[in-house]
Write a protein that binds this ligand. Structure first.
Ligand code: CP
Ligand code: NVA
Length: 310
């Protein structure tokens, strides 16, 4: 059966643990090599990934391209505006055609229903490179990053501050699968989709929503935030004002565990969701997190193509 990666649950906790372990091994094995050189085993030699972007991207675009190169394959990019998708060709027909020409499809789009439709009609793996609902590839990289820095995921305490957005949805999903807890500091009116919390809670995780940013970060091992205005959302002064108490500052970081890690998927807006002292400070893992998009995506691709045992 074709293995799609639309959300973390498509893989499950065991496969995600295998992805993290594989990423750590592959990253160590190629240390010091030029970044475009293929890994010694080149497991995706002869394979091509089609990447579709209906929204902007720097990290997802470059890291998927580099991931495929390092696995010995190639990638190509279609952008929404210049492909026939942009002129109204259906998602279903695009999925059927790309499945005949390429070995896997990565898509970044707006409505999550589009990627579900793509997966329904594709006969090759479809990977979510971000939708309005979720960003699972980012969270595999985030998990990899904190594990690399010594955190044991089960029982760990995560804090989210800010908007209840796509990145948060995937963190909540990861909490249920990898058995950690999340305290979410979010202003009224910007809560995450409760379905994600319900699923994680059913799996035994504690997912706590609070309006108090100090309660959210108290004792946390990991503090995470993201932009207050996501792609496709209108700039709204009212939203920025509501978010201000949730800005990640040194004072808030001081409420977390000593040495707690700070994560941000980037791009960042210094002075909005996080101040410079935190994002550029010693607790911030953002550059490892960004690099790890490559290593995480390699594992996602290998899993989807049936080349990772889990
Ligand atoms: N974090 C992330 O997905 O970055 P890009 O939007 O640059 O791809
Ligand atoms: N929440 C952000 C993430 C960007 C990587 C957005 O959707 O724009």
């Amino acid at each position: 059966m074709t293995k799609h990666f639309l959300n973390l649950t498509d893989a499950g906790g065991d496969a995600i643990a295998a992805m993290i372990a594989d990423a750590i091994d592959r990253k160590a094995a190629r240390a010091g090599l030029p970044k475009g050189r293929a890994d010694a085993d080149a497991p995706l030699a002869g394979h091509t990934l089609a990447m579709i972007f209906e929204k902007n991207s720097t990290r997802t675009r470059v890291s998927f391209d580099m991931a495929v190169r390092q696995l010995g394959g190639t990638s190509l990019i279609l952008d929404g505006a210049t492909s026939q998708l942009g002129r109204g060709e259906t998602v279903a027909d695009t999925a059927r055609v790309l499945s005949r020409m390429c070995d896997a499809i990565m898509i970044r789009t707006d409505d999550h229903a589009k990627i579900e439709e793509m997966a329904q009609y594709a006969t090759v793996p479809v990977i979510n490179g971000l939708t309005d609902l979720s960003h699972p590839c980012q969270i595999v990289a985030d998990l990899l990053t904190v594990v690399e820095h010594g955190l044991a995921l089960p029982g760990s305490q995560w804090a989210w501050l800010g908007d209840g957005n796509n990145v948060l949805h995937s963190i909540i999903e990861a909490a249920g699968l990898m058995k950690f807890d999340v305290r979410i500091g979010v202003p009224q009116g910007y809560d995450p989709d409760p379905a994600f919390a319900a699923a994680a809670q059913a799996a035994g995780s504690r997912i706590i929503l609070t309006r108090d940013p100090v309660e959210a970060v108290a004792g946390a091992d990991v503090v995470v935030t993201d932009t207050w205005i996501s792609m496709g959302q209108a700039h709204a002064e009212e939203k920025l004002a509501a978010m201000m108490p949730y800005q990640v500052t040194p004072a808030l970081m001081a409420q977390a565990k000593p040495g707690a890690n700070f994560l941000h998927c980037l791009p960042a807006h210094r002075g909005e969701e996080v101040v410079t002292e935190v994002i550029d400070g010693p607790q911030s893992l953002i550059w490892d997190e960004a690099e790890n998009r490559i290593h995480a995506q390699k594992s996602v691709l290998l899993w989807a193509l049936g080349k990772l045992s889990a």
